[in-house]
Structures are given as structure tokens and as C-alpha cells.
Ligand binder design. Sequence first.
Ligand code: GKR
Ligand code: MG
Length: 418
Amino acid sequence: MTITAVRVTPIAFRDPPLLNVVGVHQPYALRSIVEVETGDGFVGLGETYGDTAMREGLTAVAPHLVGLDPFDLAGLRATIDRHLAAGTDAGLSVAPGTSRRNLPVKVDAAFEVAFLDLQGQLLGRPLVDLLGGAVRGRVPYSAYLFYKFARHRSQPEDDEWGAALDPDGIVAQARTMIERYGFESIKLKAGVFEPDAEADALRALAAAFPGAPLRIDPNGGWTVATSLRMAAQLEGVLEYLEDPAPGLDGMAEVARQVGQPLATNMVVTGFEHLPEAIRLGSAQVILADHHYWGGLRATQHLATICRTWGLGLSMHSNSHLGISLAAMTHVAAAIPNLTYACDTHYPWQEDEVVEGGKLTLERGALRVPDGPGLGVRLDRDALARLHEAYRTCGIRDRDDVAEMRAYRPDWTGALPRF
Ligand code: GKR
Ligand code: MG
């Protein structure tokens, strides 16, 4: 049993004008779809970032995987190490996947999922069984709210969500999202407006959805002083405060003085960050993301470290489609100490690349797909359509700062903002 073909297809799908601390989402988000095929017609799938660095990494490795056994994950890693030099960009980013940092780790993650999908198909077992089996049959996700413009500059009419630029807009967005998907916990992407205005939005959410666990994430957009002031204001309102201040030291300084746990997907984005983060006490909840932590098994290793050191574990998300959602769900189902609902951008995406269209979230959760492997199959017409969108959309790297500059020419995206 060997791999006979590997394909990497860049795609672009529509993305609304969601606001964050560095700017605004572009009209299209990019992903790469990975297919790993064996001679007898089985195809394993993976989904990951679609930026230039990632595409180059995936395509540099792809031809060298032909001939490997899909069960040989050590061989996969060795092949990647032989053909890919580690990136040098050490910068921390709002979108932790979209840089050259740890490129081999991210490439490994994408192919590992495809190899595991193949293994599951060959054995006739859901992927979660290869990770030790499911400790839960449904994986809860949180409603991921964003301040947003009503439409992109290029759109003649408002999108279906409309604008959300104040507490009323955020509560209305939450209502729609909860009506549609039944989410039980809520996250607000912050760092967009003055922190006090964002705290008002959180309090409005707390009043509108009593008892729903709440989180706020300004992506390191607040100074330590602002973070402390906001933490005091939001005491008792939040289940955790996500990435208030930049840097391991900044987070540690905040953590020392506040009563609530800090979560991060910005200052701890790889195993190499854990010793210092633990020594300093920079975060009490780590947001895992298999796309940049090295895959599904690496995410399980991270979970073990979190359990050992008494850290909470939740899951980070960027704009993604169903292959990623299925992979996130399988690994989340296998981790006993995943103690919070996972993040997902999924409700913001209209397009899909898997057969049958959008996966169904019910009561805020996705049932673990029970078909063999990931349990999702590629819709080839959709793949072709989204690849064509990639070819013509003109975007090759995510750039929220440049997109915002089109609205506000003086925009810099510099952090911290407040
Ligand atoms: O898509 O605007 C966004 C998010 O801010 C994303 O880039 C972050 O990586 O969702 C992410 C987060 O939790 O920080
Ligand atoms: Mg975050």
C-alpha cells in the first residue's frame, strides 16, 4: 500500500468584512486543499492555510511523498525535514498560521491529517478511533462574534449579516448566530473600538444571554495597563480573557494581577514557547490549533502537557471550511481535557468544498462524523469553482492591514492600539 499521487489545490472563498485589531478581512479567504491518493482509489484529505509560504511549502514536499506508506507518519516527517528548511519569520501574528514560522510543522500538520484520513478509510474506522477513540460524541463550538462592516467596498449591497458596530449590532448578530446554530457560549473579537465600548457590548451580551459563558479577544491590542483596567471591569463576566496584552511578559504581568484565566493563541503557538510561558505564568488556557501545532497527534501531546501543568485547553480558529472542521472535531472528540467550547469561524463562510455542502452544527455542536477517516469527501465541482475564485481574486496573502487602509489611508495596524 503506497501513495501514488499528491495534489495541492489553492482555493479562495467569500469572507465577510470582519473587523479585528489589525484591520478588516479581505473579500476572499485563502486555503489549500491537500489530496493524498493510493493506487486503489482512496483519497485522504487535508485543509490548511492558502498563503504563498504555505503553498510553496506544500508543493515543495508533495512529489516526495509518492511511494510512502500512508501509515508511515515518521516517514512523512522525515521527508518534510529533508525537503523544507525551517522558516525564519519569528514574528507573532494575529493569524498565527499565515507566516513562514514553523513552516515544516504546518506542512506536516496538513499532510498528517490527509494520511490519517487515508488510514481511517483503509481500516474502515472514523479518524477519532486512530487517536484513541472518542471521549465525546459531539464537540461544542462557541458563537464567534465580530464587529463588521455591512459590506465590502466592492459589494453593491449589504451582506446577509449587515453591520455590527455597536452593542446592539453585536447582540443582534449573536441572536442570529444562536438561532441558526444553537451555540451555548460566545466569543467577541475585540481590539476594534475603545475598550470601554467593547466592555459595554460584552455586558449587553451577558444581559441578553444570561448564563452563557463569554470570552473577549482583542488579539494583544491592549497595553498591560488597559488590560488590567478591562479585567477589573469584566471580573465575573468572562470565562476567560483571551490575549489582552502582547508578549509572554505582558501577558504574565496581567495574569499576576487579575483573578480570571488568560487564554492565548498568540504568545504560545508552538511547543518551544511552553517552558517560558509556564515559568512566567503567561496564560492559564492554551488555544490549540492542529494547523500550526503540527497536526492531530501533536494536539493530543499539547493536551497532555496542559493536563500535566494544570493549564486549560480550548481551540483557536481562522477562516476555514469543512475539511478543517471535521479534523478539528475528530481531535477535539479524542481529548478528555478539552475543557471549553472550541472557536470556529465556520458560520461566516457560505462556500464549502465537501460533498453535501455545509456541515450541520446543532445545539452549538458538531457530531463527530462517523464515516471512515475524516468522514467528509471532496466535492470536485466545488473545488474547481473555488480554485477558479483563487485564480481570479487577485489575493495571494492575507493582509487585513492593507484592506483597512483602503477605508482609512492613515491606518497602520500597529499594536497595542489602546
Ligand atoms: O480572523 O480576524 C480574524 C481573527 O482575529 C483571527 O485572525 C485570529 O487568529 O480568530 C483568531 C484568534 O482567536 O485570535
Ligand atoms: Mg485569539
